[in-house]
Design a protein around this ligand. Structure first.
Ligand SMILES: Nc1ncnc2c1ncn2[C@@H]1O[C@H](COP(=O)(O)OP(=O)(O)OP(=O)(O)O)[C@@H](O)[C@H]1O
Length: 309
């Protein structure tokens, strides 16, 4: 076994230079990613960044044009067959005429070593609606049933594409509570999300995609730091132009609305000195740490493409 194969065998997920095109669209471009067993990883990115395409390749639903995908050292198809992967996809269909218990039971029968159906129902928080038919469920309840379906094979890896998309705040909290008990047992989770606070609160590691590529990869704190670490907010006198703000040193992104400016800076001392020199009448200055949202906007905007490479 050479070194690359050894890493692939030890990893939960290993993507080696994967690329996927749809006609003229480069959905994913040469993505390398290794996820260790036990990691909880958030895949973040704006619409069209390539998250779902990446997830589909990990699940073997799409094959990459280039590169390799392995899951616990196996092909996605073999890993799925062995019940190692549980997946929850956007809008996966449920059979209307089956009850929740029947649905989860049916999926359990497809697997060699399923967990007891009752345990999957409990873990996903759908025990109380186990006898209801799928066509009588709300959007958030359906999502939780999909979660039970993903869990019932007792997988080592859960792959979730925007799992809480249809849930209200309360259901989302319940969902993550169930997830905590799953990851407590050392299992691996990869979830795609638009909710930055979910990544911030829940993931050990954040992988940020933009236009088919990974633009940042690290802990929440590291990704924040990559974006420059500080925001400056201030009130400017009337007439200060976008050009003046964008020309300030170390600015990675900014928004100027009326007299209010909010900008991210990779060196807030330098930016602030230049701002005071250029606009002495600036007032109400506040400096803060960039949240994950600031990092997200800064790292996924067109202007900063070069800054993060
Ligand atoms: N089956 C397909 N046929 C053609 N183009 C596709 C197909 N699937 C995805 N794409 C394109 O590939 C790019 C990446 O899409 P993808 O769905 O992977 O992004 P995403 O990050 O999951 O976006 P979202 O957050 O909106 O779900 C987009 O430009 C999309 O339009």
């Amino acid at each position: 076994m050479d070194n690359t194969q050894e890493i692939a065998a030890g990893a939960a997920i290993r993507l080696g230079g994967i690329a996927k095109r749809y006609g003229d669209v480069r959905a994913v471009s040469h993505v390398d990613l290794t996820i260790a067993p036990g990691e909880v990883v958030a895949l973040l990115g704006p619409n069209g960044a390539g998250k779902s395409t990446t997830v589909d390749m990990i699940l073997g639903l799409t094959t990459p044009d280039e590169g390799t995908v392995s899951v616990f050292g196996q092909t996605p198809a073999d890993a799925v067959r062995a019940g190692m992967i549980g997946a929850m996809l956007q809008g996966g269909t449920l059979l209307d005429d089956l009850t929740v218990r029947e649905t989860v039971g049916l999926v359990a029968k497809l697997h060699r070593r399923p967990m007891p159906v009752r345990d999957a129902l409990r873990a996903a928080g759908v025990e109380d609606i186990a006898d209801r038919r799928a066509n009588k469920l709300s959007g958030g309840q359906k999502q939780r049933v999909r979660f039970a379906v993903a869990l019932v094979s007792d997988p080592d890896l859960l792959v979730l594409d925007e799992p809480t998309a249809a849930m209200d705040v309360g259901s989302r909290r319940e969902f993550w509570k169930s997830m905590y008990s799953f990851t407590d047992t050392g299992r691996t989770v990869l979830f795609a999300t638009h909710y930055l606070e979910e990544a911030e609160e829940f993931a050990d590691r954040v992988v940020l995609m933009r236009a088919g590529e990974i633009v940042a990869d690290g802990s929440v704190a590291e990704v924040r730091a990559l974006a420059g670490g500080r925001t400056i907010r201030a009130v400017l006198p009337a007439g200060v132009s976008d050009q003046l703000v964008s020309a300030l040193p170390a600015v990675t992104s900014f928004a100027l609305r009326g007299e209010r400016v909010a900008l991210s800076s990779s060196d807030s001392d330098t930016t602030l000195r230049a701002l005071l020199a250029a606009v002495p009448a600036v007032r109400d200055i506040e400096i803060g740490a960039v949240g994950l949202e600031g990092a997200f906007l800064s790292l996924t905007s067109d202007e900063t493409e070069e800054a993060v490479r």
